[in-house]
Design a protein around this ligand. Structure first.
Ligand code: COA
Length: 192
């Protein structure tokens, strides 16, 4: 049987609901999902995508979906962040629907969003994630570039990927979009 083609394109306004659903499905039961702040129990990452879309940090060119035919099966987004006072990007959430994992969809999304960010002249992409997965895309420990997470407890999973326009003066502490803090604040309220 031929493997169906996976095409990556920019997210369209009509994709918002399915992006939330794919994100919820991907992170449900994932080892490191964020706590739910929703009545439907959706993982925090599903909420985060919506919060990011309403945030000034949202970059429409860098919210991409992966499609098999007309079906959206994966999503990735990079948003505006700050490293030591310089503009940088933060990648995530990255989600592939469980029915489509292990077939290269996540890799296609990461390669596409890094290429798009590079083409836009961005300098550095950071993320929190499993280095065993992200090292294949050129991510290295943030500390090796002098880039520090906002939470020191995340140092072992905080990674950075220099793009073509990178120079070593981009270093220092990472500050993420307000949406990240908003999710943490809602999670704290939910558990109080
Ligand atoms: C992580 C995720 C995006 C990968 O997407 P995918 O389409 O399944 O990945 P690909 O098919 O491109 O790559 C599969 C490879 O990644 C590896 N992989 C997947 N998740 C991994 C992880 N957490 N740690 C290490 N390796 C991982 C697989 O073992 C496989 O390795 P191989 O190529 O050597 O066989 C997807 O599994 C997912 O949505 N997971 C739940 C949400 C999540 O964890 N998102 C990332 C948060 S940092």
């Amino acid at each position: 049987m031929t493997t169906p083609a996976v095409l990556v394109r920019r997210e369209l306004p009509a994709d918002a609901a399915v992006v939330r659903a794919v994100t919820a499905a991907a992170f449900t039961g994932a080892p490191y999902s964020a706590p739910s702040v929703e009545p439907d129990g959706a993982p925090g990452e599903a909420t985060l995508v919506g919060l990011l879309r309403a945030d000034a940090a949202w970059i429409p060119e860098l919210s991409l979906v992966a499609c098999v035919g007309d079906e959206v099966v994966g999503h990735v987004v990079c948003s505006r962040a700050d490293v030591g006072g310089a503009p940088a990007l933060v990648l995530g959430p990255l989600s592939v629907h469980p029915d489509h994992q292990g077939r290269g969809v996540g890799s296609a999304l990461v390669h596409a969003v890094l290429g798009a960010a590079d083409a836009l002249g961005e300098v550095l992409v950071v993320l929190v994630g499993d280095p065993r997965y992200y090292s294949r895309f050129g991510f290295v420990p943030g500390v090796s570039l002098g880039v520090e997470p906002d939470d020191p407890a995340l140092a072992s999973v905080f990674q950075a990927r220099p793009l073509a326009a990178y120079d070593a003066s981009v270093r220092g502490r990472f500050t993420g979009p307000a949406a990240f803090d908003e999710l943490s604040s809602r999670a704290a309220d939910a558990s109080a």
